[in-house]
Design a protein around this ligand. Structure first.
Ligand code: NAD
Length: 507
């Protein structure tokens, strides 16, 4: 991955290379606040170079025309290679994203390994060719539907789960025979860059996967508007997602968008609080709330309000915030100095708007990590759904507790949002749980749980949380073109009576 200069290179056409401009940028360890790596800074010309490599590999057929079985075996190899590189991968992820090593080693790496294995299996079983029913009219014919790769797919990923969310695009894109250009977020390009080496060692032909870190305003915009890119898959904020759609519109690219969220988490009166209380902490605190589907609006019946809040504050008070490389650490830093400022400014907004701060609310400087971007896990009560802390995505460890009167009131509040990524309900009554799950307008709903996503289940948003789905066979569909082929079996011109509808064709 390293160039002779010690800089991480762009991965283009199977090689790590410098950027055309020769410029680099720093990757900061958010737990320390200082640079831990330098990365070649991709710009418009680098994206262009990567798109050319992807196009040439695609048209050559080295990957796009190999059998699904062969592609699946390379995906299996990629999964094995990720296991071999697990420690290095985890370290890169922790150092750049601030994730805890405990989570990355026990969850993220395993999820990504499983993703490639699942995509390999799906590829083997995918209906690459489906015959249609034979109908005698207007004349006998064979009709079938085939799936083809889309072509060159651009992928733009965010910083919160760089490895997982990058691979949510790479794995299905490759599985279906596409060539790809990936632009990871500038805060966290390292683990995605390592995927280049891993895929190459696993047998992926050069040029099929290209990785170009660089600013969204140059590299990202060039990729999203590039005339030779057929599809763009984006995960990030709703604001940038809107811009991606505009850029992609120029050449009518296929677009999938995974955007922001403000997920409602509803505790019903009959909930088992021994599960619902820690579960609701888990829902809003995983990765410091920097998760698109975090349960950041907690809807609690008036009757349980004080007990739930008191028990949650007790759990939160015992969390260990600090060094993400320490296995004992529960919460690491937020991603950047800017994100820290954003979170603190939302906390101020909550106070100004009349919410009551129950716990947290301040920056922390853990010993030895004084310059890191740490903030206390924070709970506000007395929140109403019109306050900024309840309406806007904070992307930090801040919970808004909103009391409700009855179930109708809870559902009204839950769905009163521009987002629709996820939601959850806690109840001992399975029937009631399903009723609420159906009523929440979101792409994923958990009953008595949170964050448990599966590589074989679709993930994506209603409303302004996105378009399309990732994961499962739904996700694979997004990386295919559908072609109907009609093969006529009518050999005789006289029997082709339908030609005669256009008189001029008569001889
Ligand atoms: P972001 O929108 O700022 O950036 C995401 C990516 O887009 C980065 O790679 C960035 O460089 C690039 N980018 C920025 N401006 C661009 C432009 N004008 N043209 C092209 N590319 C551009 O998001 P972020 O801050 O990295 O991530 C946090 C956001 O992502 C949150 O809103 C979160 O909810 C969302 N998110 C959604 C999901 C999901 O699956 N729905 C998952 C994770 C994160």
């Amino acid at each position: 991955m390293f160039l002779p200069s010690g800089v991480y290179g762009l991965f283009v056409d199977g090689q790590y290379i410098e950027s055309v401009s020769g410029e680099t940028f720093d990757v900061i360890d958010p737990s320390m606040g200082f640079a831990v790596a330098q990365v070649a800074k991709g710009g418009a010309e680098d994206i262009d170079r990567a798109v050319k490599a992807a196009r040439s590999s695609f048209e050559s057929g080295v990957w796009s025309r190999v059998s699904p079985k062969e592609r699946a075996s390379v995906l299996d190899n990629i999964a094995k290679k990720i296991m071999e590189y697990a420690e290095q991968m985890a370290l890169l992820e922790v150092q750049s994203s601030g994730a805890t090593i405990r989570r990355v080693m026990s969850s993220d790496i395993m999820l990504v390994v499983d993703l490639f294995l699942q995509m390999a299996n799906f590829t083997r079983d995918f209906p690459h060719k489906e015959p249609l029913a034979a109908i005698p009219l207007p004349g006998p014919s064979h009709n079938f539907v085939i799936r083809e790769p889309v072509g060159v797919c651009g992928a733009i990923s965010p910083w919160n789960f760089p490895l997982i969310l990058g691979c949510w695009k790479i794995a299905p894109g490759l599985a279906m025979g596409n060539s790809m250009v990936v632009k990871p977020a500038s805060y966290t390009p390292l683990s995605t860059l390592l995927m280049g080496q891993i895929c190459k060692e696993a047998g992926l032909p050069d040029g099929v996967l290209n990785i170009v870190p660089g600013p969204g305003s140059t590299a990202g915009e060039t990729l999203a508007s590039h005339p030779d890119v057929d599809k763009i898959a984006f995960t990030g904020s709703t604001v940038v997602g809107r811009r991606i759609m505009q850029l992609a519109a120029g050449t009518i690219k296929k677009v999938t968008l995974e955007l922001g969220g403000k997920s409602p988490n509803i505790i019903l009166e009959d909930a088992d609080l021994d599960i619902a209380v820690p579960g609701s902490c888990f829902a809003f605190l995983l990765h410091n709330g920097q998760v698109c589907e975090s349960g950041t609006r907690l809807l609690v019946p008036q009757k349980l309000h004080d007990e739930v809040v008191e028990r949650m504050c007790h759990v939160i008070g015992r969390l260990k915030v600090g060094n993400p490389l320490d296995l004992e650490t529960d919460l690491g830093p937020v991603i950047s100095a800017q994100q820290l400022e954003t979170v603190l400014s939302y906390i101020e907004a909550g106070k100004q708007d009349g919410a009551k701060l129950m716990v947290g609310g301040k920056r922390i400087r853990p010993e030895g990590f004084e310059e890191g971007y740490y903030v206390e896990p924070t709970v506000f009560t007395n929140v109403n759904n019109d306050m900024r802390i309840a309406k806007e995505e904070i992307f930090g460890p801040v919970l808004s507790v909103i009391p409700y009167k009855d179930l109708d009131d809870a559902l009204r509040i839950a769905n009163d949002t521009i987002y629709g990524l996820a939601g959850g309900v806690w109840t001992k009554d399975p029937k009631k749980g399903l009723e609420v799950a159906r009523a929440i307008k979101a792409g994923t709903v958990w009953i008595n749980d949170w964050h448990l996503l599966r590589n074989d289940a679709p993930f994506g948003g209603y409303k302004q949380s996105g378009i399309g789905r990732e994961l499962g066979h739904f996700g694979l569909e997004e990386y295919t073109q559908v072609k109907h082929i009609h093969q006529s079996m009518v050999q005789d011109r006289q029997r082709r009576f339908w030609y005669d509808r256009i008189v001029t064709l008569k001889e």
